[in-house]
Write a protein that binds this ligand. Structure first.
Ligand code: MN
Length: 235
């Protein structure tokens, strides 16, 4: 499964980890890496089956359910890649800066938002549609990633309507934690809307939390809120 990943890289020349399989318990991790390569994109990765199932999302994930973000399926990455950030040197595959945009956990779920096993989640991906509840710093609540019909590569990443969803335009560039001093070529942020510009720069998680506070106590930590929502639907 990781052969393609290794084949594309010379690990003497890139700081990225080489591939080896990793087994884990029943917690599932995700990462979104902002990758300023030839074309800026966000790599969305779900840890399943001992690897990172991966998609390149040109416009980045969105917390607005009206956005159907194109997610181009790419080769599985090794689990160790989940912490990778830094520079992939010129001349190497994917050369450019990688920064961690968001990370956390996710729970794969069925249509009733009940948890499913890792095996069921892998099968759901094979079938072309996986729902999950995410608990990140920026991303939160229910999402679906769904494959386009008659298409191997192209999927859509869509936020479900829930208490975490936002109605304003969502620009992932506004949520970068470690912004380099110099301005970078930002293509995803091109259509920077007034609504997103209104939000103060540092309030990424606040914005998300704010939308969640309708249904949950403000003093409750975000993580608990997500769990409660999810557990509530289960029963
Ligand atoms: Mn990439």
């Amino acid at each position: 499964m990781l052969k393609e990943y290794n084949a594309k890289r010379n690990f003497k020349n890139t700081p990225e980890p080489s591939a080896r399989k990793h087994t884990m318990g029943d917690h599932f991790r995700f990462v979104v890496q902002r990758h300023d390569a030839t074309r800026l994109h966000y790599d969305f990765r779900l840890e399943l089956g001992g690897v990172l199932k991966s998609w390149a999302v040109p416009k980045g994930p969105s917390m607005n359910p009206n956005d159907k973000r194109l997610a181009v399926h790419v080769e599985d990455h090794p689990s160790d890649y989940i912490t990778f950030h830094g520079t992939i040197p010129e001349g190497n595959y994917g050369a450019g800066e990688v920064e961690i945009w968001d990370k956390g956990n996710f729970i794969p779920v069925n249509a009733n938002i009940e948890p499913i096993s890792e095996r069921q989640a892998l099968q759901a991906l094979k079938n072309g549609e996986l729902k999950f509840v995410i608990q990140g710093n920026i991303l939160a609540g229910e999402f679906v990633i769904v494959r386009l019909k008659d298409d191997d590569k192209n999927w859509l990443l869509i936020k479900h309507k829930d208490e975490y969803a936002v109605k304003t335009v969502f620009n992932p560039e506004k949520f970068r934690k470690d912004k380099p001093a110099k301005a970078t070529k930002s293509k995803a942020g091109k259509a920077a809307p007034k609504a997103a510009a209104k939000a103060p720069r540092k309030s990424a998680s606040k914005t998300v939390r704010k939308s969640a506070s309708r249904a949950t106590s403000k003093s409750a930590p975000k993580k608990k809120a997500a769990t409660r929502t999810y557990a509530g639907k289960k029963s």
